[in-house]
Structures are given as C-alpha cells and as structure tokens.
Design a protein around this ligand. Structure first.
Ligand code: R5P
Length: 295
C-alpha cells in the first residue's frame, strides 16, 4: 500500500509548498511560526500528520539563512516525535553549498556541517534544486538528489523568442547549466573565466571575444547574490554589441542594490525561480520537485 504524502510548507517556502501540494494532489498541514520578543523562534505543526510520508519544503534563504536551518530542524524533529514514518526534506535553495571544502586553513566546512545537522534532525531523504555543487550531497548518509530547473527556465525564456541567442556561462562552474540550456534552446553557448580572490571574495572576469553582435544573450547561473558575476558578463556582452540581455538563474538572492546594478549594467530581464521567493520568482520549480518525489 502506498503511504499518503503530506506537505508541510516551511516559513521560507510557504507558496512553493502549496504549489507542490497541488502538483502532488495532496494536502498541506499548516504550521504556525513566530519570533519571541527575545529573538527565539517558535514552530507549531497544526494538524495530525500521522500515517503519512511528510514532505517538508524549506529553502535556506536570506536575510537569515541560519534561522531557516533552525526552523527546518524544529519541523523535522517534531514530525518524527509526532510519529511520522518518513520525512523528506525538500530544500530548494541549499545555502552554504559554496563552502564545500576548506579553501583557507582553519575554515569551517559549513556545507558539510549543515548536511550533518539536517540529517541528525531526522530527515530520511533530501531533495535540492540546482545545488551549487552536487558533491555536497555526498555528505548525507541518506538518499539525496538534486533536480535541475534549467528546462523550466528555458521554457520561460523561449516566450521572449530571443533572436539567434547566445547562452553565456559567466564562469566555469556554470558550464554544465549553460550547456544544458543551450541544448534545450537549440542555441550556442560560451564560457567565461572568472577568478575569485580567496581572501577578499572579489571577482574578475577575463575579457573574451564572443560573437554577439546584434544577437540576444542569455547569461545563466545557479545563484545571483551580489550580482557582480552577472554584471561582469553583461559588460562583456554589451561592449561587443549584444542586443537584448537576459539574466537567468535558479536562486535569485539579489542582495542589496544588485537588482538595480544588474539592470543598470544593461540587462533587460532578471529571471529567477521560487526557490528564493521574490518578485523575480517568475518560474515555479514545483513541477520538477513533484516529479522527483513521484519517482
Ligand atoms: C559561484 O560560483 C556561483 O555559481 C555564482 O556565480 C555566484 O554565487 C554569484 O555570486 P555574485 O552574484 O555575488 O557574483
């Protein structure tokens, strides 16, 4: 007999959880959450999620990613205490995945530590979306899988009917993503080289001759955080005669004034998904998560 799935939308993924429940044709158990006057978090699962497989949807997002982690752990542990058989932690944006190793002596390998915390809190299975580095999932001793939003982004971008588009990967790390998007959109792609100073975090993108004159450009990455990576790529494309410039990513963190700076640098659109809720969450990843959970 198949056990019924029940979705629990964590505080950071309320709408995505609802959308997922619709795709799964299942119900959502409401939760109550608040912050006490002293800053401590409170979580209450309102309902009786017994005899079911619970799917907890909770991205780890700014402005307080650590709070998202604590909330996720509170939910996972409580579900187990309430007698839920199996708990799947869907973590659409898995923050800390960029720190998957010790780049400088003495650094915390925070990505691995977060995996340990989530597993110890009771997750039986983990699903992420376009995790920065899939290697991070090898830290889990439970099944962990990553799904890609590239096709969904491609479908959305196709609506603009881009003219002879060139897909740009703004660094070597985004190569596979750019390649997959180019395959989907039947377009060409190029890869830029980006260097990051391990101490200051500052980046530099090597200028490269690219064939963009009078063509539309799509720059695709997994994350837009400060926007600096995108802006460097936009400037290279713009200076070489690109027409429209679309910036697309799965996780539009967009800290500070990055949105303004990206548009000001010459981008026409910023397209993100609902892994990080914002007004550029133009694409929902609910269908690919639902698909992964059905497998
Ligand atoms: C890192 O390599 C990631 O794939 C992104 O390129 C990076 O996180 C983007 O960060 P920012 O917007 O701060 O340049």
């Amino acid at each position: 007999m198949l056990t019924k799935k029940t979705v629990i939308s964590g505080p950071s993924s309320q709408l995505l959880g609802l959308r997922l429940s619709r795709h799964l044709k299942t119900n959502v158990v409401p939760i109550e959450f608040k912050t006490f006057p002293d800053g401590e978090r409170y979580i209450r699962i309102k309902g009786e999620p017994k005899n079911c497989n619970a799917v907890v949807v909770q991205s780890i997002i700014p402005p307080n990613p650590d709070r998202s982690i604590i909330e996720l752990c509170f939910i996972l542990e409580t579900l187990k205490e309430l007698g839920v058989e199996k708990v799947t932690a869907v973590i659409p944006y898995f923050a800390y995945a960029r720190q998957d190793k010790r780049f400088l002596p003495g650094e915390a390998v925070s990505g691995r530590i977060i995996c340990d915390i989530i597993q110890n809190a009771g997750a039986d299975e983990v699903v992420t979306v376009d995790v920065h580095n899939k290697r991070i999932l090898e830290n889990f001793k439970i099944p962990a899988k990553d799904v890609s939003a590239v096709t969904l982004l491609g479908e959305y971008l196709n609506r603009f009917k881009p003219n002879n588009p060139l897909i740009i990967s703004p660094d070597e790390g985004a190569k596979e993503r750019a390649q997959a998007l180019a395959d989907f959109m039947e377009a060409e792609y190029v890869i830029l080289s980006k260097f990051r100073d391990k101490h200051t975090g500052e980046i530099e993108t090597k200028i490269k001759e690219i064939n963009v004159t009078n063509r539309d450009v799509i720059i695709v990455d997994d994350i837009i955080s400060t926007g600096n990576t995108m802006i460097n790529a936009i400037e290279i494309a713009k200076s070489q005669g690109a027409s429209r410039i679309y910036t697309a990513c799965t996780h539009a963190i967009l800290v500070g004034d990055s949105r303004f700076r990206i548009i000001n640098a010459g981008a026409d659109e910023i397209i993100g998904t609902d892994t990080v809720p914002s007004d550029v969450s133009l694409v929902s990843v609910a269908p690919i998560i639902a698909e992964a959970l059905k497998e």
